[in-house]
Design a binder for this molecule. Structure first.
Ligand code: RIB
Ligand code: CA
Length: 314
């Protein structure tokens, strides 16, 4: 089986932890490393959480590199109301004994890509600050990036604002650069990720798996589920497992439906800053369509995939 060399860029985060779990449990991925960025919580917490999840799930050998502690042009905006003060639903996993790489995220990503004998896929499920810095500082690496699968944006909706999704909202300048980079993009925005929800029954089924991975999911979902049920973002049928969508779409595209579009990020709108403006019209110049935008999924199979992945781990 030919594997996909993968770099995960995360702001762990409850759903980031599930994305990591899913990547660990699928041998189709050769995980080169994980880079961390500030977003759901501050960089020290997102890095700590990433290390803790890897060690807890029995994969301490996977290198972790800490990246940007702040967005390019504005102060950091975190989401403690969604992911808890510690960023992992206020669940305290055993303190990690493993440490991040001495080199920063951009340096490590550059090394991981240059030393890989095949083009590398990046799954970016936090603000795009690290990715933009990589593309800006090493433009020559673009040809060695197969594609970037992004959890971010929304063709027809937002969450951090009416029209801007959190990962884009935190660092719109970085997102603008990534969408304009020319690297093939897979955008898994709120259009699909808000349909990728776990119900109370789904969460109980994670606990029933009876292993560490299943119990970790059930535990970290608790706070996260309560936020989604609070009505702050309207009555939802469950909690959205946003970040697992791009990782799963890389190996199970048959579970998802999407369309090509030209997407660019608004920076200057008073009400639309951070909006991912998606044009699906065929303007006769396919070269304009820079992104495959995922719009729908088979939710029940998505959840079963996650539960089966957890069951395969410790
Ligand atoms: O809007 C959802 C995204 O923002 C997810 O990646 C979540 O982890 C947060 O980072
Ligand atoms: Ca995230």
């Amino acid at each position: 089986m030919s594997t996909i060399p993968l770099i995960l860029d995360v702001d762990t985060g409850v759903d980031d932890a599930v994305a990591i779990l899913y990547a660990l449990a699928n041998p189709q991925f050769e995980i080169l490393g994980i880079s961390t960025v500030a977003g759901n919580q501050t960089l020290d917490k997102t890095t700590h959480n990433t290390l803790a999840v890897l060690e807890y799930l029995g994969r301490p050998e996977i290198p972790v590199a800490a990246g940007a502690a702040a967005p390019w042009m504005q102060p950091l905006h975190t989401a403690p109301q969604v992911h808890g003060e510690n960023g992992l639903g206020n669940v305290e996993l055993p303190a990690p004994t493993i440490r991040p790489q001495p080199e920063d995220a951009v340096g490590c990503m550059r090394r991981w890509i240059e030393s890989c004998d095949r083009p590398v896929t990046i799954a970016a499920v936090g603000p795009l600050t690290n990715i933009a810095l990589l593309l800006k500082s090493c433009p020559n690496l673009k040809s060695r990036i197969e594609r970037i699968a992004i959890m971010g944006g929304g063709a027809f909706r937002g969450n951090a604002s009416p029209v801007s999704e959190f990962n884009i909202y935190v660092d719109p300048e970085a997102a603008r650069m990534v969408f304009a980079s020319g690297v093939p993009l897979l955008m898994c925005g709120l259009d699909v990720t808000m349909k990728a929800y776990a119900t109370k029954e789904d969460i109980d089924a994670f606990a029933a798996i009876g292993n560490r991975a299943g119990q970790m999911c059930a535990d970290i979902f608790r706070f996260y589920y309560d936020f989604h049920m609070s009505g702050v973002r309207g009555k939802l049928p469950g909690c959205a497992i946003h970040d697992a969508v791009p990782v799963m779409a890389l190996i199970h595209p048959e579970l998802f439906h999407g369309e090509d579009a030209y997407v660019e990020v608004d920076l200057d709108g008073v009400y639309t800053r951070g909006c991912t403006a998606a044009d699906f019209r065929d303007r006769g110049r396919l070269a304009d369509k820079n992104t495959h935008v995922i719009l729908d999924l088979d939710r029940e199979t998505f959840i079963r995939q996650l539960q089966d992945a957890a069951a395969r781990l410790c």
